[in-house]
Design a protein around this ligand. Structure first.
Ligand code: PLP
Length: 362
């Protein structure tokens, strides 16, 4: 594929993120070696050793045991695996489709205007429906709102319900601690932290039972068959090590976001930042514009050299009304909101240029 040389500023990190230089170097260094970790010869043994090291590096990013990590093809497969192996799901209404569409016999937890799950509704619905899995994401991909995961776990545990969390958007942006959270399982994905796409992990407590989605060769201790995506996993672990270093200073990103959002609002008093005062990811700004549909905004900004996205673009590229904003009772915003999500390759200049462009087209 041709490189995008047109100087467009990439502000869509929540969709996917650019591959990190350290990851590219790692991939180049291993690309030539045949590596099937199930082989018993020296190449196979080396592959196994490197996979074990990768498992350790990733476990250190999210504080779990290495053997709680099951490598998958990404967040979608991880969510599908755990949801499909339960029979009655209670999920938040703002989950990613990877959860919503895999949930068996689903019921939905209400979400307030503040973008967070309603904890009373969660408890009421556990009592009424007696689900065998509760699934609430760590942070929402469209609004960036961080969910009260500790409280969700505390409630679900009272009823002994498996508690799963889609942490795909949160990982790398804020510290995540699987063991301290008390969760039973969690999904993460490599391409959101600067690793390759097509690889991720389901992290699952050793006492939790589930039915593997892919069976056959018995890899991943029988929990996910198929020869491991060696190159992808090593790229993922390299990205995890890089992101772990960056997380030491993650609070600084809140200051950058604050300055960016203040400038946006000062220039455009009629625009609104969704969940402005709530606890959100430090890289995510969802902004509503009263006059222009999100699709038009995305296209105009693209022509001006900025890659951003509307709330929910499906794989066909069509932009749908945001189910997240609708579920939050913000129907008025669901057709006119765009998401700007930034990351390690952006500097303040990129954000300032965006502020100018947004002012012009609005
Ligand atoms: N969950 C959330 C919250 C996401 O934002 C995404 C991707 O956009 C996924 C799951 C799917 O992850 P993957 O692309 O690794 O399958």
């Amino acid at each position: 594929m041709k490189k995008n040389n047109n100087m467009s500023v990439y502000l869509d990190y929540n969709a996917t993120s650019p591959m990190r230089d350290a990851v590219k170097k790692t991939l180049v260094s291993i690309i030539d070696s045949p590596a099937n970790a199930s082989s018993i010869h020296s190449h196979g043994r080396l592959a196994k050793k490197l996979l074990d090291e990768a498992r350790l590096d990733i476990s250190e990013l999210v504080n779990c045991n290495p053997d709680e990590i099951i490598f998958t093809s990404g967040g979608t497969e991880s969510n599908t695996t755990i949801l499909k192996s339960h029979t009655k799901a209670l999920v938040s209404s703002i989950e990613h489709d990877a959860v919503l569409k895999s949930a068996n016999n689903p019921n939905y937890i209400k979400v307030g205007k503040n973008g967070q799950v309603d904890l009373n509704d969660l408890e009421e619905k556990i009592k009424i429906y007696n689900p065998d899995i509760v699934s609430v994401m760590w942070a929402n991909n469209e609004t960036g709102v961080i969910q009260p995961i500790n409280e969700v776990v505390a409630i679900a545990k009272k009823y002994d319900t498996h508690t799963h969390c889609d942490a795909v958007q949160a990982i790398g942006k804020i510290p995540i601690n699987f063991h301290n959270s008390g969760l039973d399982s969690m999904s993460i994905s490599s391409h959101k932290i600067g690793g390759p796409s097509g690889v991720g992990a389901l992290i699952i407590d050793k006492n939790s039972k589930f039915i593997p989605l892919i069976i056959g060769g018995g890899q991943e201790k029988g929990r996910r068959s198929g020869t491991e995506n060696f190159i992808g996993i090593l790229g993922f672990s390299c990205a995890a090590k890089e992101v772990k270093k960056e997380l030491k200073n993650y609070q600084e990103n809140y200051l950058k976001r604050k300055a960016f959002e203040e400038k946006l609002l000062n220039n455009n008093p009629k625009s609104k930042i969704i969940c402005f005062n709530e606890d959100r990811l430090p890289n995510t700004t969802a902004i509503y514009n009263p006059v222009m549909p999100s699709e038009t905004q995305v296209i105009k900004l693209d022509l001006m050299g900025f890659s951003v996205s509307a709330g929910s673009a499906c794989s066909s590229g069509k932009i749908n009304k945001s189910h997240v904003l609708k579920s939050m009772g913000l129907d008025w915003a669901s057709n006119n909101t765009i998401r700007i999500s930034y990351g390690w390759q952006n500097n303040n200049n990129d954000l300032d240029r965006f502020v100018d462009a947004y002012k012009k087209f609005v």
